[in-house]
Design a protein around this ligand. Structure first.
Ligand code: NDP
Length: 258
């Protein structure tokens, strides 16, 4: 079934989504495609990306799978070259790949600290490094481009045992504010999305028993957000008139206090 063009405000746009093989990235890629963007879906699990591309195409959209590890700067530069060659360059980057591994700091879970910093900070920067030039060029040509970074309420709120994760997300939020000031003059809108708890694979990577119990209790006491809730927000941000930049969106489960 082909889609009605009037319902496709992102028609003509090219969106790159990192962390697109599950959760928020996967749902956002589908949403952006539904709104008319050609979508480049990037993550490590090629099989999941192939399924996603098939689903998007079945719904009348257009997508390209790029299996890559965002912690590998050279791989991301290669991905950017491919996006330029196949789609003419990106005008939207949803910089979303991330991992949350809470643990008491005294346990010295240094491998988990490194994993979070490498992925949530260095991986995010690798994507920015690979795609910023394309965003700036697209904005100059087409009048607008978007850099949307997935942060978290952990960037601001205090959660015991989540210090390293929260630190990485504080980096994402603060970086986004600075880049907004720097790139806004070039018509590249920079936004940080700060979700509360969203039910995705993110929670399945948590190994700390205390955090697992806290998450299980939270799931019983409230209805968590879905990845689709965040995807709708991503689509909303991207479809705004070029003069409008949602700098920051905090999106919470109604029942989550902080
Ligand atoms: P998921 O675990 O479902 O998704 C994480 C995505 O990141 C996967 O697609 C995974 O794919 C990808 N990824 C992991 N490592 C790498 C890597 N080295 N290179 C490329 N891709 C990688 O979790 P969410 O959808 O929940 O998380 C998305 C973002 O949302 C994260 O930044 C997270 O911090 C943030 N967030 C999530 C919240 C929640 O409650 N769920 C709340 C607030 C923020 P693959 O393994 O195939 O590489």
């Amino acid at each position: 079934m082909s889609l009605n063009p009037t319902s496709q405000p992102l028609s003509g746009r090219v969106a790159v989504v990192t962390g697109a093989s599950s959760g928020i990235g996967e749902a956002s890629a589908e949403r952006l495609a539904l709104l008319g963007a050609r979508v480049v879906v990037l993550a490590r699990r090629a099989d999941r990306l192939a399924d996603l591309v098939a689903r998007i195409e079945k719904n009348g959209g257009s997508a390209l799978a790029v299996a890559a590890d965002v912690t590998d700067a050279a791989a991301l530069r290669g991905a950017a070259d491919r996006v330029r060659a196949e789609f003419g360059g990106a005008d939207l980057l949803l910089n979303n790949a991330g991992v949350m591994l809470p643990a008491p700091i005294e346990e010295l879970a240094t491998d988990q600290w490194k994993h979070q910093i490498d992925l949530n900070i260095t991986g995010l920067m690798n994507a920015i490094g690979a795609f910023t030039r394309q965003l700036v060029e697209s904005a100059a040509e087409r009048g607008v481009a978007d850099l949307i970074n997935t942060s978290s309420i952990a960037a601001r709120n205090i959660f015991p045992n989540f210090a390293v994760y929260s630190g990485t997300k504080a980096y994402v939020t603060h970086l986004s504010r600075h880049l907004r000031a720097e790139l806004g003059a070039k018509n590249v809108r920079v936004s940080a999305i700060e979700p509360g708890i969203v039910g995705t694979e993110l929670q399945s990577h948590v190994t700390d028993r205390g955090a697992q119990d806290w998450l299980a209790g939270s799931k019983e006491s409230m209805e968590w957000l879905t990845a689709r809730d965040i995807a709708e927000t991503v689509g909303f941000i991207a479809a705004l008139p070029p003069r409008v930049n949602l700098q920051q969106v905090t999106i919470m489960p109604t029942g989550q206090a902080a």
